[in-house]
Design a protein around this ligand. Structure first.
Ligand code: SME
Length: 165
């Protein structure tokens, strides 16, 4: 069982370090990718406060398809190049969007979302999907969140067999 006792007393940086420890614990104790990605989304949503959505979109037949997530029901498919997620895949670049209402073509799955960070999942130059995190707060994601979420994806990359998810 994943324990979160005492996390409310931690600084943001301590929380994000702990988030990586929880992820490592999960990935090193379970082989099933579905279980691992489900708990990976749940770990982010539980540890990082002021979020309304955290989850994965996976590349399938040249489209992003909704994967494991925590939050409101979301768009099933996103075309590569469309929205923040599709842009992260097309450009192979992390997207940290201060205010999604100012992002041309932003796809509003949950109208509560005001800022978003999307980390492309890349292994050997192939993009397998994205980790997408939304917040109701404008400017929620700073360089600090970016740093630890990039590490989070690096850790996932060591364990997850993306083409088989
Ligand atoms: N806002 C995203 C779509 C996915 S939802 O936020 C869960 C985008 O513009 O790609």
């Amino acid at each position: 069982m994943i324990k979160l006792n005492g996390i409310e007393k931690m600084t943001n940086e301590q929380k994000y370090k702990y988030m990586l420890i929880l992820l490592e614990g999960q990935l090193s104790s379970e082989k099933n990718d579905l279980a691992n990605l489900s708990n990976a989304a749940a770990i982010i949503k539980a540890v990082m406060n002021r979020l309304n959505w955290a989850g994965f979109y996976i590349v399938r037949e040249n489209t992003l398809v909704l994967g494991m997530f925590q939050g409101m029901p979301a768009c099933n498919r996103i075309q590569i190049g469309k929205g923040v997620c599709g842009t992260a895949v097309a450009t192979k670049k992390l997207q940290r969007i201060e205010n999604v209402n100012e992002f041309p073509g932003h796809i509003a799955c949950d109208s509560a979302t005001n800022s978003e960070i999307v980390i492309p999942i890349i292994k050997d130059d192939v993009v397998y999907g994205v980790l997408d995190i939304d917040s109701p707060e404008v400017g929620r994601f700073t360089e600090l969140e970016e740093k630890y979420l990039v590490e989070f994806v690096c850790k996932l990359n060591k364990y997850i067999d993306w083409p088989k998810v």
